[in-house]
Design a protein around this ligand. Structure first.
Ligand SMILES: [Zn+2]
Length: 151
């Protein structure tokens, strides 16, 4: 609650049942101040409501747009630009055209995700090693069992 003249904070004088400005000493009846506070609160509430409504409307419009798009795809089929092959082809073309940028992007990604990249690399190595071991084992099984002679 602030003074109407100087906007300084008001204090409630309990013995006189009035609000007083500590700066300009103006006095206000409590009803006036409380009404003003109520109006201010109402105003704020109204602004909040309008912004909430706008947000809801926007969400609703987005939903409708998505539904329209889905229906269109359902009846007309998805456009070519949605297919995985098309997207892959386009990104391959982009990478070929922007080689430097692509390398920079990859370098930055690797820098940012060092641990994940290292982990993936280790997993790949383990898989390769596992494959080699399996191959060696299967070769061992194919060959006749030889018992080392004890001389
Ligand atoms: Zn004042």
């Amino acid at each position: 609650m602030n003074c109407l003249k100087c906007t300084y904070k008001l204090v409630l004088l309990s013995n006189r049942r009035q609000y007083k400005c500590a700066l300009c000493s103006n006095l206000y009846p409590p009803k006036d101040i409380e009404n003003r506070e109520f109006q201010k609160l109402n105003e704020l509430q109204k602004i909040q409501d309008v912004s909430n409504l706008n947000l809801q409307r926007k969400q609703k419009l987005n939903q409708i747009r998505d539904i329209k798009k889905a229906l269109k795809h359902l009846f007309n089929g998805k456009p070519e630009s949605y297919s995985k092959e098309y997207i892959n082809q386009k990104s391959r073309e982009w990478r070929a055209k922007h080689r430097e940028q692509d390398l920079k992007r990859k370098r930055e990604y690797n820098q940012r995700n060092k641990e994940v990249v290292n982990l993936r690399c280790r997993i790949r190595n383990y898989r390769v090693r596992q494959g080699q071991l399996a191959l060696e084992l299967s070769e061992d099984l194919d060959s006749p069992i030889t018992i080392p002679s004890l001389c």
